[in-house]
Design a protein around this ligand. Structure first.
Ligand SMILES: Cc1cc2nc3c(=O)[nH]c(=O)nc-3n(C[C@H](O)[C@H](O)[C@H](O)COP(=O)(O)OP(=O)(O)OC[C@H]3O[C@@H](n4cnc5c(N)ncnc54)[C@H](O)[C@@H]3O)c2cc1C
Length: 264
């Protein structure tokens, strides 16, 4: 079985600060990480390969070479190889351009059985790239997958929704998108980390994929004008009191005065 995982290297949003005056996020200063749900996608791919045999290939697109330790982490988690597409013009990519590039890369790889994406990336969370890749490839897509089992020429998957669990069967090749609920990504062992540096990281340029200079901007139909942190309207009020009971009473009084709570 050939399993492809799309992995996005993103700024670590948990460690992303914002300029206190302009509210603009300080993206360049934030350390990078593998987008969280993509770690789940990779974990699921490795589990499928362990259960059924096969190879796990990671494809990633970035505007700049990502920190090597992140690529080694993906390999240490169990990926067999990485196809890294790096081009400064990836900055101008929207979901359409990203999916167009990634689907071209998938086609160049050749036959595959299943492709996995995160449900959404932790930075942009557009939730478009997976379904758009499937559309470009003309293959079925199942989103919000929480359990995946390989059948004969098919995949049987559970989609867990708010009010029900759907079990669906999709023919191969198929693209699945997953979130945090599907598994707990493994922490690689020291041996796996040491072994990772012997696995291949193959660099692809946009030219290798047949794109001409300037084509990313031409493909992108959505342009982000501005990104700002939402305003912080917390008041930081301290509720006085000598005991928990007194503090609770004062809190109730404060909420009632502000009209936020009270007895009928
Ligand atoms: C202001 C701005 C600045 C940007 N700067 C950069 C930049 O500096 N560098 C850069 O590379 N891009 C940049 N982009 C492109 C952008 O971050 C996304 O790659 C693109 O818009 C996809 O949207 P998303 O992350 O919401 O995808 P989603 O649809 O939320 O992603 C879902 C899943 O698709 C897969 N996926 C998505 N993107 C990639 C990827 N690039 N590689 C592999 N798998 C992927 C992952 O599995 C991911 O979990 C920028 C975009 C904007 C608007």
């Amino acid at each position: 079985m050939t399993i492809v995982v799309f992995v996005k290297i993103t700024p670590d949003t948990a460690r992303l600060g914002a300029d206190p005056r302009s509210g603009e996020p300080r993206i360049q200063q934030a350390p990078c990480r593998i987008s969280t749900f993509d770690e789940n996608a990779l974990e699921e791919a490795v589990r499928l390969a362990e259960a059924h045999g096969g190879r796990v290939i990671v494809i990633s697109l970035s505007h700049a070479a990502p920190p090597r330790e992140l690529l080694l982490k993906a390999l240490a988690m169990g990926a067999d190889e990485i196809r890294m597409i790096t081009d400064p013009s990836a900055r101008e990519a929207d979901a359409l351009a990203t999916a167009t590039i990634l689907s071209r890369a998938l086609r160049l790889l050749g036959d595959f059985d299943v492709a996995l994406c995160g449900e959404g990336s932790i930075d942009e969370y557009g939730r478009q790239v997976g379904p758009r890749i499937a559309e470009a490839m003309g293959i079925p897509v199942v989103t919000r997958v929480e359990k995946a089992e390989a059948g004969t020429g098919t995949f049987v998957v559970d989609r867990v929704l708010e009010d029900r669990i759907e079990t669906v069967e999709a023919r191969l090749p198929v693209l699945l998108t997953v979130g945090a609920e599907i598994n707990q990504p493994r922490l690689p062992t020291v041996l796996q980390i040491l072994g990772a540096s012997r696995k291949p990281i193959i660099e692809w340029s946009l030219a290798d994929l047949g794109f001409e200079k300037g084509s990313v901007a031409a493909m992108a139909g959505v342009r982000t004008i501005e990104i700002n942190a939402p305003g912080d309207d917390r008041q930081g009020a301290l509720i006085p009191g000598e005991s928990a009971v007194e503090m609770a009473g004062n809190l109730a009084h404060e909420l009632a005065v502000k009209g936020l709570a009270g007895s009928r």
